[in-house]
Write a protein that binds this ligand. Structure first.
Ligand SMILES: Nc1ncnc2c1ncn2[C@@H]1O[C@H](COP(=O)(O)OP(=O)(O)OP(=O)(O)O)[C@@H](O)[C@H]1O
Length: 316
């Protein structure tokens, strides 16, 4: 449905897209995951032919995408980072206005506006003006305006930035429903947990390049990092922790306030090896649990950088 090949975009000396390749199939919720400044917005703007580029090609619905590709553009819905609605129109009027740019039949439009309102949970706010809405509700309105005409392809650029958790959930559930109803979705974000939750395929981007692409399971299988094992112990000496660190398959081990955290490589037998070692050393332990690698581990291993997640941001 979308095919981007060898795309290069420079802003003066800044290389924003560095030979970017993307292949997005009908029916996907495709996640573009990357830190701020990695080129996500630039890629979206090029895809929409809002921005020229230096090299490469972009095809959407099997056609070259050009500034005057109006037929293709009618089939695309856009939800950009910056909220773009009319202050002098109410919530309902705004959604109806944007929908009217694509759908002339009034009866059909009424139906579509109602559906968009339901998708975004704006039922109780229809008569309000944008300036009376909270940040989260305003973003939901922005989304409703972008998707009301039921586009085949929806581009969403960080739609949940600065959104409260309730609105965030509404938005994520809405995206899944839109996809179930037939829309293909491209979703850019730097929130790993969101991408992990809703995206069927993910590309990890950094410095204008795609570093890895796959389902979340495929991405996790690409890296050497495996599970993290956590063990509640009665406390361990530095020497005992060091012995754990030297076990086969252990990348790092750390014990704080009696809680031992062991990062392992991928492979079987890490847990039994560790517990066996603790028993041998007469270290009593209580609860033990193991967590598979996260997208954060994937990102960290591929780029050497930590991608800030929402939880980390909230924790400051
Ligand atoms: N109009 C512009 N002029 C000059 N440089 C720009 C411009 N727009 C973006 N850049 C630079 O291009 C690079 C990619 O930016 P872009 O906004 O596409 O990244 P992003 O991943 O969408 O980040 P964010 O989430 O912060 O928007 C960055 O280095 C940015 O500073």
């Amino acid at each position: 449905m979308v095919s981007i090949h060898n795309l290069v975009k420079r802003y003066g000396d800044v290389l924003a897209l560095d030979h970017l390749d993307l292949e997005i199939k009908r029916g996907e919720i495709y996640g573009l995951l990357g830190p701020n400044g990695s080129g996500k917005t630039t890629a979206i703007n090029c895809l929409l032919a809002l921005l020229g580029y230096d090299k490469g090609s972009i095809r959407v619905f099997g056609e070259n995408m050009e500034p005057d590709s109006y037929e293709s553009k009618r089939r695309i819905g856009v939800v950009m980072q910056n909220v773009a609605v009319f202050e002098e129109l109410t919530v309902r009027e705004n959604i109806d206005y944007f929908c009217s740019l694509y759908v002339k039949d009034k009866k059909r439009r009424r139906q579509l506006v109602e559906e968009a309102v339901r998708f975004t949970g704006l039922e109780d706010h229809l008569k309000k003006y944008p300036k009376k809405l909270s940040g989260g509700l305003l973003r939901r309105l922005n989304i409703a305006c972008g998707i009301a005409h039921r586009p085949e392809l929806i581009l969403m650029d960080e739609p949940t930035v600065a959104v409260d958790p309730q609105s965030r959930n509404h938005i994520l559930e809405g995206i899944k429903k839109l996809n179930e109803q037939g829309s293909t979705i491209i979703y850019t974000s730097h929130y790993m947990e969101e991408v992990e939750k809703i995206c069927t395929r993910i590309s990890i981007m950094d410095r204008g390049r795609i570093l890895a692409t796959g389902t979340k399971e495929e991405l996790k299988a690409m890296i050497g990092t495996g599970e993290t094992i956590t063990v509640e112990t009665g406390g361990m000496t530095g020497e005992q922790v060091e012995e754990v660190r030297l076990l086969p398959g252990v990348v790092s081990a750390d014990c704080q306030e009696g809680v031992l955290r062991v990062q392992c490589t991928q492979g079987a037998g890490n847990l039994t090896g560790l517990l066996h070692r603790l028993e041998e050393a007469d270290i009593p332990f209580g609860r033990v649990w193991s967590q598979p690698p996260t997208l954060n581990d994937v990102f960290l291993e591929i780029t050497g950088k930590r991608l800030r997640d929402r939880k980390e941001e909230e924790e400051g």
